[in-house]
Design a protein around this ligand. Sequence first.
Ligand SMILES: Nc1ncnc2c1ncn2[C@@H]1O[C@H](COP(=O)(O)OP(=O)(O)OP(=O)(O)O)[C@@H](O)[C@H]1O
Ligand SMILES: Cc1ncsc1CCO
Ligand SMILES: [Mg+2]
Length: 280
Amino acid sequence: MPSATETPTGAPSQTASPTPGAHLAAMRDRAPLVQCITNFVAMNTAANVLLAAGASPAMLHAAEETREFTPLAQALSINIGTPSPHWAAGMKAAAGAARAAGLPWVLDPVAVGATSYRQALCGDLLALEPAVIRGNASEILALAGAATRGKGADSADPVEAAEAAARALAQRSWAVVAVTGPVDYVTDGTRAWRVSNGDPMMPKVTALGCSLTALVAAFVAVEGADRAEATVAALACFGLAGEIAARGASGPGSFAVALLDALHAMTPEALDLGARVEPS
Ligand SMILES: Nc1ncnc2c1ncn2[C@@H]1O[C@H](COP(=O)(O)OP(=O)(O)OP(=O)(O)O)[C@@H](O)[C@H]1O
Ligand SMILES: Cc1ncsc1CCO
Ligand SMILES: [Mg+2]
């Protein structure tokens, strides 16, 4: 994480890497175009989350469009939540186009443990080298081939139960792996962090994980960004926005609206003050 710079006396020193707030500022400067192939539940929420945070969403999923469009984007987010053959073809075509163009892309393996169709689709997508995989604990366990209690889109396993699977998955792929839940765990197979921002209201609103995956894509879209650190920053930003939103919300409905407002109002300074990130 540290990078070498010079002190005023000219002596080399180790300085911290960019803070979460610096990652947010860099993302907003770039305002990346993020192609999202997501599920029918999440499409509107994910697009609004990207806009509120300062990125530019484009929800395109047809394989027929990927050759022309995907290279124009700065990152791609693929969420398999409501798959069907036409959509699966679009996902594979877009991931292939992103890999060919050197664009980072992020995989959200929704309910991958539920059916062999989802497992086969994720296997094909993993071969196309996602830069980041973001899922809940049950999904990361299933993707890594470990036993899981989860069958649907919600996690039935604690984050800690998926940490070893996340490390193994990161080591055998090129991907940074993020396991989200009450305390998120992020690893690139060597380094690891815990992010303890967030609010218990977040899993009461559908598609917030899916939208977070798209936000991770926006943060890793910044040229030269460390993928793992950018992922940590995106998780801290989203979790802190959830904390701020929960203060004024009276339930999941008003919380969902307040979350967009909090993301829009988030400053790099506020993020640096509120981020709770620990190396693990
Ligand atoms: N109990 C909790 N307390 C605090 N934050 C939480 C809690 N559960 C989830 N979160 C936060 O909610 C966000 C979404 O993560 P979550 O693990 O719920 O994704 P998910 O299960 O994929 O959601 P979905 O599939 O509904 O989109 C993350 O920022 C995570 O840190
Ligand atoms: C509820 C649900 N079902 C398929 S995708 C999705 C959104 C949360 O993952
Ligand atoms: Mg999910």
